[in-house]
Write a protein of this length. Structure first.
Lengths: 342, 222
């Protein structure tokens, strides 16, 4: 079976020889190609090449079309990104500098013709051509309730979200939800088939259960229901969200859950059960300091919890550049070894 | 309303992140003859300390609660400080900022709000602060604590962040004068990380940082 078929089998509860093994090596591509981060991310062909080389080197199942999270802000007018040679780029120019800017925020009618989409489209074209028939292609999409943090800064967004004015908050959310709907359609059309729905406000650790139910869940429905949840993965930015899994399953029908390393994986596994795909995620910040053997032991622990009953995927979190290469090899090798069902 | 009732009602308002209710209690306290000084030292400071303790122990506590608690506490404190008959005695002074290359300011804002309501003078250096700026500001403002917030792994662990602050303090013979605290998402995933980058302490969230920092100040201040 190809990695894509193995993923499909895991997602639908069909037999497969092993679990899917996912890894997100993003900024590492620049070093691989001998480019600065800024030069690397300037071209879709660089990002695609970086992804293909990373996959070839470590052997994991997936590739990413994500450049950096702030790319979405660029589609909405952000003009400055702060690059770093040893980590992820930051949004350095907030599109919404005052509440008056919310009315001026324009959502592109067709994302696929927007100039800022061009390099992402090029990256996706290459990935689809090279590995699209056999390997999952991941995309990263920010939920309407989290996208404002990229547009105005997290603290300004928290203030607007929690303290109002509510009419402006809702106007911004309407625009961000519309953006999400158009963006997910563009990614699907371009060939992405694993759509990571980044919704940090979709976990109780951010807003508590009451606000989750009354404020966040309705906006998640608005984001997702028009285009459907095919290929959508529920992801809360590495924060734990076990307490809402059941409700998300019932109300949104999402089939895959990317469980925080800080959460109880066994509990998440039991909650999701056979109704969806449980993604067990390694604490890859600790991998900076771990030995290869410690890394292997943690992979075995996660697989031991997640694999019984099937419908399990092994994945990574943020994969900082400082992780020793030997640990990445150890992680992927061990995930393939202990992730075998035969 | 008795003092005990005022305290309890204020605590409930803050814990429920109900800003309007918290301000209503303060207005009621003023109407009942409490001075602004009494409101801060007998109501706001103890209530903030109790709320910090309760939120820290509450497994269901959340970021919104932290944000609103800090916001309410700092706004009430600022409102009352304008009415003080003379400037209050501060507990100590902190210079705070996000580490070099890091533009995420939420954690810093929550910590600053809590500290202000605990009568700690906060010098906010903003975002993307170099190690040199942290040390220079700590010296210039005669601070006891340098607080460094980092949301990303490379800014938390990189050589231009806390590690460089520690090196500068060592090279300038200032280690006895200042304590360094770090906070932010990466430290939640590796609770020993703060030691590896040369910090004296870390806090899991903005609210508990208030308690850790006031303890650090008391440890340094003569």
């Amino acid at each position: 079976m190809t990695p894509l078929e193995i993923l499909t089998a895991a997602a639908t509860g069909q037999p497969a020889p092993r679990i899917p093994v996912f890894c997100n090596l993003l900024d590492q591509g620049a070093r691989e190609l001998g480019l600065t981060q800024q030069d690397y991310y300037a071209k879709g062909e660089h990002v695609a090449e970086g992804q293909l080389r990373m996959r070839e080197r470590y052997g994991h199942d997936n590739v990413w079309s994500l450049f950096y999270v702030g790319k979405e802000a660029e589609l909405l007018g952000c003009r400055e990104i702060l690059y770093s040679e040893d980590g992820v780029p930051n949004v350095a120019d907030f599109v919404i500098k005052s509440l008056d800017d919310i009315a001026r925020l324009e959502i592109p009618e067709d994302i696929s013709t927007h100039p800022a989409w061009g390099e992402t489209a090029q990256c996706l074209r290459i990935l689809k051509r090279e590995v699209g028939a056999t390997h999952p292609i991941c995309a990263y999409l920010t939920a309407s309730t989290a996208l404002p943090a990229l547009l105005m800064g997290m603290d300004a967004w928290m203030q607007l979200l929690l303290m109002g004015p509510e009419d402006l908050r809702d106007e911004l959310l309407r625009k961000c939800s519309l953006f999400f709907q158009r963006e997910v359609a563009a990614y699907r059309a371009a060939g992405a088939n694993v759509l990571v729905y980044s919704t940090p406000f979709g976990c109780p650790a951010f807003v508590g259960m009451k606000r989750f139910r009354e404020l966040i869940l309705p906006w998640m429905k608005r984001d997702l229901l028009p285009g459907g949840v095919e290929g959508i993965v529920y992801y809360c930015g590495m924060a734990p969200f076990n307490a809402v899994i059941e409700q998300v399953q019932q109300e949104l029908g999402i089939g895959a859950y990317y469980i925080s390393p800080l959460a109880d994986l066994a509990e998440a596994r039991a909650t999701i059960g056979q109704k969806g795909l449980t993604c067990g995620v390694i604490d890859d910040i600790k991998m900076i300091q771990w030995t290869p053997e410690q890394t292997r032991a943690e992979v075995r622990r996660l697989c031991g919890i997640g694999m019984p009953g099937g419908r399990f995927l092994f994945g990574t979190g943020v994969m900082p550049q400082a992780i020793p290469e030997a640990n990445i090899h150890a992680m992927v090798e061990e995930a393939f070894r202990c992730g075998s069902y035969s | 309303m008795s003092r005990a009732e005022l305290f309890r009602t204020y605590m409930e308002a803050v814990f429920d992140t109900d800003k309007a209710a918290a301000f209503a209690v303060v207005r009621a306290a003023l109407e009942e003859g409490m001075t602004p000084e009494q409101i801060v030292f007998e109501l706001v400071v103890p209530a903030t300390e109790d709320t910090m303790s309760a939120i820290t122990k509450d497994p269901d506590a959340n970021l919104a609660q932290h944000f609103m608690t800090a916001q309410i506490a700092s706004e009430v404190t600022e409102w009352m400080l304008e009415r003080f008959s003379q400037p209050p005695e501060i507990l100590g002074r902190v210079v705070i900022g996000t580490s070099s290359g890091d533009l995420h300011s939420l954690g810093k804002r929550i910590v600053s709000g809590c500290l202000k309501s605990l009568m700690v003078d906060v010098i906010d250096l903003g975002v993307n602060v170099s190690a040199e700026q942290f040390v220079e500001a700590a010296l210039k403002h005669d601070a006891q604590v340098i607080a460094i917030s980092s949301m990303m792994v490379h800014t938390a662990t990189g050589e231009n962040g806390c590690q460089k602050v520690r090196k500068l303090l060592q090279s300038q013979g200032l280690e006895g004068q200042f304590r360094v605290i770090v906070g932010g998402a990466p430290f939640r995933f590796d609770e020993e990380l703060y030691q590896k980058i040369g910090a004296d302490a870390w806090a899991a969230d903005g609210i508990s940082a208030g308690k850790v920092i006031t303890d650090l100040i008391r440890g340094v201040k003569p």
